[in-house]
Design a protein around this ligand. Structure first.
Ligand SMILES: *Cc1c(COP(=O)(O)O)cnc(C)c1O
Length: 376
C-alpha cells in the first residue's frame, strides 16, 4: 500500500461524541443476568457510536445513540456490492474497576488499510479510539467483572463501516456510516483450553493475490462460510485455507492466524503478503516469543511441512490466534484423505503465550510495551 493511500482522508480532528441517551436502558437486573452468562455476540449494550461521512462534507456528526435497528434504503450499496469493513477488539475490566483495550491503534491503522482497499473513506485514528471510549464510558456497566484470574470475560467491540445511500450504479459510495456496537462476551469457544480440530479446505480459497485477504471485510467471511460448513460436516471446528496460486502454502483459518511450534524452539507463522489478515494477536505473539526463548520466523510453510513435521515430531504444537479466542491449540488436521493429530498433551508453548497475553490484557502483569489504552 502506498503512503498516499494511507494518508488520504484525515478529515476530522478528534470530534467529541454528542450523547443522545436511550430512554429505555436494559434494567440493572436483566443486565446482571445477561453478564452472568453472556455467551458470544448475542447481547448488545444500550448505545452505539455513530459518525457520518459524505463526499461533500467529509466526516461529521459524531454521536452516541441508542442501540437499535438501522433504517437503510433498500438500494444502499452495502446490500448489493458488499462495500463494508469491520474491526474486532475487546475491553477488559481490571481489578481496580478501570476498563482498558489492547493495542487499539493497531486496529485503527488496519481499519484505514481495509477502508482504502474497499474504496471507503479512511477514519482518523483519534476518532476511531474516541468512538470506542465514548461507547465504553457510557455503557461501562456492561463490561463484565472477571470472577477470578482465569475468567476471560470482556466487552467485545465491533466497529464497522458501510456504504449507504440510494444508488445501484457500481462506484464507491458517496454516503458512508461508521458505527461501533458492543457485546459482553464469555470465552469464545465452549470449553476454552480444549484443542480444536481443523478441516483443510481443498475446494475453496479464502484470498488471492491482488484480492482482499488483508482487509477485514464481510465479503471474505461470506465466501468462507461454505468451507466452514464443510468443516462442520466433517466433524471439525474450523477450516484452514491454502494459497490460491499453488494450493500448497498454509495461509490461515477463516478468522484466525496460524502458528507452528518446532521442537528446537522455532515459532513459525506464514508471512502477511496481501492474502493474510495482519492479526493484532499474531503480531503480539511474534513480539512475546522472545520472552519465552522462542525464535520467531515469518516464512511460508507448506501443507506437506505441516503433515510431515507433526508426524516426525519436529512440529510439537500448532495453534490459532485472534482477538475473540485469544490462542487455541489445534489438536488435529483433517484432509480429504488423512487425519494428522498433534498429541493433546503438547500445549505448553501455546498455553504460556496465552497466559502472557491474558495477564497483560487483564492487568495482572506490567504493561511494559505500552499496549493498553484506558477507556473508562
Ligand atoms: C480478525 C481476523 C484475524 C485475527 O486478527 P486479530 O487482530 O488478532 O483479532 C485473523 N484472520 C482473519 C481472517 C480475521 O478476520
Amino acid at each position: 500500500m502506498s503512503d498516499a493511500q494511507q494518508s488520504e482522508t484525515y478529515a476530522v480532528p478528534s470530534p467529541r461524541f454528542e450523547i443522545r441517551a436511550t430512554t429505555t436502558p436494559v434494567s440493572d437486573n436483566l443486565r446482571e443476568s445477561i453478564l452472568a452468562a453472556p455467551g458470544f455476540g448475542q447481547y448488545f449494550t444500550d448505545h452505539m457510536s455513530h459518525v457520518r461521512w459524505t463526499r461533500d462534507a467529509g466526516w461529521h456528526g459524531a454521536e452516541l445513540v441508542p442501540y437499535g435497528p438501522l433504517a437503510l434504503d433498500p438500494a444502499a450499496p452495502v446490500f448489493h456490492y458488499a462495500q463494508e469493513i469491520f474491526e474486532g477488539l475487546k475491553a477488559y475490566r481490571h481489578a481496580d474497576g478501570s476498563v482498558w483495550c489492547f493495542r487499539p491503534e493497531r486496529n485503527a491503522a488496519r481499519f484505514r488499510r481495509s477502508a482504502a482497499r474497499l474504496a471507503l473513506p479512511q477514519l482518523d485514528d483519534e476518532t476511531f479510539i474516541e468512538s470506542l471510549r465514548a461507547l465504553v464510558a457510557r455503557d461501562s456497566a456492561w463490561v463484565p467483572t472477571p470472577r477470578d484470574a482465569h475468567d476471560e470475560c470482556s466487552l467485545y467491540l465491533r466497529p464497522f463501516m458501510i456504504a449507504n445511500g440510494r444508488f445501484l450504479g457500481v462506484k464507491p459510495a458517496a454516503e458512508v456510516d461508521y458505527y461501533v456496537i458492543a457485546s459482553p462476551a464469555a470465552s469464545y469457544f465452549k470449553g476454552a483450553g480444549k484443542p480444536v480440530s481443523i478441516w483443510l479446505s481443498s475446494h475453496y480459497n479464502r484470498a488471492a493475490p491482488g484480492g482482499t485477504g488483508f482487509a477485514k471485510t464481510g465479503g471474505n467471511y461470506a465466501s468462507s462460510l461454505v468451507a466452514q460448513q464443510e468443516a462442520i460436516d466433517h466433524g471439525c471446528d474450523q477450516v484452514a485455507f491454502l494459497d490460491a496460486a499453488e494450493n500448497k502454502w498454509v495461509e490461515e483459518l477463516g478468522g484466525m492466524n496460524l502458528f507452528f511450534v518446532y521442537a528446537d524452539g522455532r515459532l513459525v507463522t506464514p508471512p502477511t503478503g496481501g492474502t493474510i489478515l495482519e492479526g493484532v494477536t499474531r503480531d503480539s505473539v511474534l513480539t512475546l516469543a522472545a520472552d519465552l526463548d522462542l525464535t520467531p520466523e515469518e516464512r511460508p510453510i507448506s501443507i506437506d511441512e505441516w503433515r510431515d513435521g507433526v508426524r516426525s515430531g519436529e512440529i510439537v504444537e500448532v495453534f490459532a490466534c485472534g482477538t475473540a479466542a485469544v490462542i487455541t491449540s489445534i489438536g488435529k488436521l483433517v484432509t480429504e484423505d488423512e487425519t494428522i493429530e498433534t498429541p493433546e498433551t503438547n500445549n505448553d508453548v501455546s498455553q504460556r503465550l496465552r497466559r502472557q497475553l491474558l495477564d497483560i490484557q487483564y492487568g495482572h502483569s506490567a504493561d511494559t510495551r505500552g499496549w493498553l489504552t484506558q477507556l473508562a
